[in-house]
Design a protein around this ligand. Structure first.
Ligand code: HEM
Length: 435
């Protein structure tokens, strides 16, 4: 995958190395001096500090990737929604000129494995192929279906808290709670043995870590794919009553879905279904512990939890740009900015969540705010398929944890907590808590 970037256009030769100064001021608007991208977070309560200035400068701003490629970032909420619903904007990373930020080569074997995975990996597909696969899964993630799952999510959550209480403080809330709850839920839903968690959890972490070499990242992808390939083929021989089994009995039996595509789908669901929620659980707990007034409000009025969950999703926007990689397939104009066919476009979800055109006083956490229109789950045809499940998991996890351990606290200052500032998905490496 190579890129045809904005630098192919006459006016956008990349000339300078870096235009973001140490105080995070973006110093130039010229494409040749585009600021370096991606920018990193430096504070657990805010997106990268450069975002505010980029957002003030315009709805779409040119930035420069580590490989020199100049791409657009979308900084504001309205234009982000426009990009995410524009059919002239593609997410199909198999296009030869699709934007990549790092062109270090992967091996031929890895490249072949990646091509095979694409079959069911519909987050990287455009309609109509995308829609056919997504439609097969919609009943599995409907509000009704997730409501049926709630008692099971509650039981899993309670069991994890029982184990924490039995072990006694201090406890690492990432390892003992944030990661196990969504992992157990997605494993049961799909029909993946939770006993195999080490395989997919550790490799997912490798995939999303910014420091990972692309070859190592692809190796992690291959290992999860190989594992699921084996699991899906065994399920095809003896389907059980879980999501994979239901797809085997339905679309696979009817000839509408190949086993390779089912492996790709299972991969997407397993990875997307645990890592994001696993980041949000500890991060949400941390954020509320640092805002005792806000926490007291939800505790006093538990009906506020759904609102608090939306607000925490907006406030942290953990996925930011990482899933929002797109390419213009035709010339188009967005927010008065002309984008050319072939240009890479990255939507900054975390910046859209702090856009004061839409969210008043956006840097303030306000559990009473109606934040449902945040873009933390994306927008348009790729809007998060698992959002009902994620909402249920977050609400049950936060509410139950604060109910059952009212004295929950951390004794460490922010500087001593291990935030994943450099990762594709923001979160915490560990979070020692006590009570
Ligand atoms: C806090 C938790 C979560 C967050 C913040 C999140 C965020 C997102 C975002 C931003 C997208 C859109 C990507 C794009 O436009 O290219 C997305 C897509 C997706 N998410 Fe989630 N997600 C979460 C939880 C989950 C869960 C629990 C599942 C369960 C399986 C899931 C499955 C998916 C799938 C399958 C897609 C692709 C949808 C499509 O392309 O049609 N996510 N997610």
């Amino acid at each position: 995958m190579t890129i045809r970037s904005s630098s192919d256009h006459a006016d956008s030769t990349v000339t300078s190395d870096r235009t973001v100064t140490s105080d995070h001021t973006v110093t130039s608007d010229r494409p040749g001096q585009a600021p370096a991208f991606p920018m990193v977070r430096t504070c657990p309560y805010a997106p990268p500090p450069e975002y505010a200035e980029l957002r003030a400068r315009g709805p779409l701003v040119r930035v420069r990737a580590p490989n020199g490629t100049v791409v657009w970032v979308v900084t504001r909420w309205a234009e982000a929604r426009q990009v995410l619903t524009d059919r002239r904007v593609s997410t199909d990373s198999s296009r030869p000129d699709f934007p990549v930020l790092d062109e270090r080569e992967v091996t031929e074997e890895q490249s072949a494995a990646r091509d095979k995975l694409r079959a069911g990996f519909f987050i990287d597909q455009d309609p109509p192929e995308h829609d056919v696969l997504r439609r097969m899964l919609i009943p599995e993630f409907s509000v009704r279906r997730i409501n049926q799952l709630r008692p099971r999510i509650q039981r899993i959550t309670d069991e994890r808290i029982d184990a924490m209480l039995a072990a006694g403080p201090p406890v690492d809330l990432v390892a003992e709670f944030g990661l196990p709850v969504p992992s157990m839920v997605i494993c049961e839903l799909l029909g993946v043995p939770y006993a195999d968690r080490e395989l997919f959890q550790s490799r997912t972490r490798r995939m999303v870590a910014a420091s990972t070499d692309p070859r190592d990242g692809m190796q992690a992808v291959m290992e999860i794919r190989d594992y699921l390939d084996d699991l899906v083929r065994r399920a095809a021989a003896a389907p059980e009553d879980n999501l994979i089994g239901r797809l085997v009995r339905g679309p696979v039996a009817k000839g509408d879905l190949t086993l390779d595509a089912l492996v790709g789908m299972a991969f997407l669901l397993l990875v997307a279904g645990h890592e994001t929620t696993a980041s949000m659980i500890p991060l949400g707990v941390f954020t509320l512990l640092r805002e005792p007034g806000q926490l007291a409000e939800v505790r006093a009025d538990p009906d506020l939890w759904p609102r608090a969950v939306e607000e925490l999703l907006r406030y942290q926007s953990v996925v930011d740009w990482v899933a929002f990689d797109r390419m213009a397939v035709e010339d188009l104009e967005i927010g008065g900015v002309r984008v050319s066919a072939g240009d890479g476009i990255f939507v900054l979800g975390a910046s859209a969540g702090r856009d004061d055109r839409v969210f008043g006083d956006p840097d303030r956490l306000d559990v009473r705010r109606d934040a449902r229109h945040h873009l933390a789950f994306g927008y348009g045809v790729h809007q998060c398929l698992g959002q009902n499940l994620a909402r249920a998991e977050l609400e049950i996890a936060y509410r139950t944890l604060f109910d059952r351990i009212p004295g929950l606290r951390t004794d460490l200052p922010d500087e001593e907590l291990a935030f994943r500032y450099d990762a594709g998905i923001f979160g915490m490496h560990s979070f020692p808590v006590t009570w």
